[in-house]
Design a protein around this ligand. Sequence first.
Ligand SMILES: [Zn+2]
Length: 345
Amino acid sequence: MTGTLVRGAARTRPRLMAVHAHPDDESSKGAATLARYAAEGVEVLVVTCTGGERGSILNPGYPRPRGPVDMSVLRAREMERARRILGVRHSWLGYVDSGLPQGDEPLPATCFARVAPQAATARLVRLIRQFRPDVVTTYDEDGGYPHPDHVMAHRITVAAFTAAGDGAAHPRAGRPWQPLKLYYNHGSHPARSAALHRALRERGSTAPYAPLPNEPVRQPDITTRVPCAEYFPLRDRALRAHTSQVEPHGVWFAVPTPVQQEVWPTEDYTLARSLVRTELPESDLFAGIATAATVGRRGVGPRQIRARRPEGLRVKMPADAARAALRAASSGRSGSGSARSRTSW
Ligand SMILES: [Zn+2]
């Protein structure tokens, strides 16, 4: 899958950086991709911009604490468990969760979404120059969904992607390093949901189907589908490691894993920026990087790349295994979904 990296004599392993807003986002948006690349020898670093301090305890089965809870400590512990399960490295960017304001409620004064973007970009530039990723992922311009921290994560990652390679930008943040590709991840999207809905109905499920929390209404322009079905169980374990946030049999796990593996065995991305030549659709975030040294460093945006809609990918799965899993789900394991009043997903 991953081509031989040709940049820098000292580099032997490709590197992937995934920038997320809160602890748990890494496990709900692209986690199987991270686990797959890590297992295949790619160095993977998750950057979490905030500590998730303003997240509530969303798992109704979580033991009720007797006193005040320091959410940043709790969520750091959960993040560490998820990190180990995925087999990745992790850094905090060091900002405070903005929460999800309701209506006209103002954002807290010192939260991530209100910091000067230039300052937050500088911190991320420093991490990029230290880790030296070839590929960076984050959310699209809507933040995947309109949480102010997700939108801010998008904003600073796009800025840092360019600034990290510019010696004149943030000169005290380390030696310049230019990542080669920038992607927007899509945890789920309408096309995937529709396919899973159809599959459940075809298999006779009567369990109610619900899209994943905060799924975008608009179908994103997917350029890259990374096959990672065999890592879905690891993804689910990592997500469940965020015990305070996730019901272990809730909406995230409503569609049986074998059905997901058969019907939609990929995690999906939009190539937002590429400094290497690549042909769309892709099935590898590192596509084209093996030849980076020969194609120069001129930026190529997705509009300059001839895009073709990816065909559906399928994983062979015994039909009776899928049906058995489906029966188990229909008989009560599918869960009802969490209350999400102030979620930090
Ligand atoms: Zn989040």
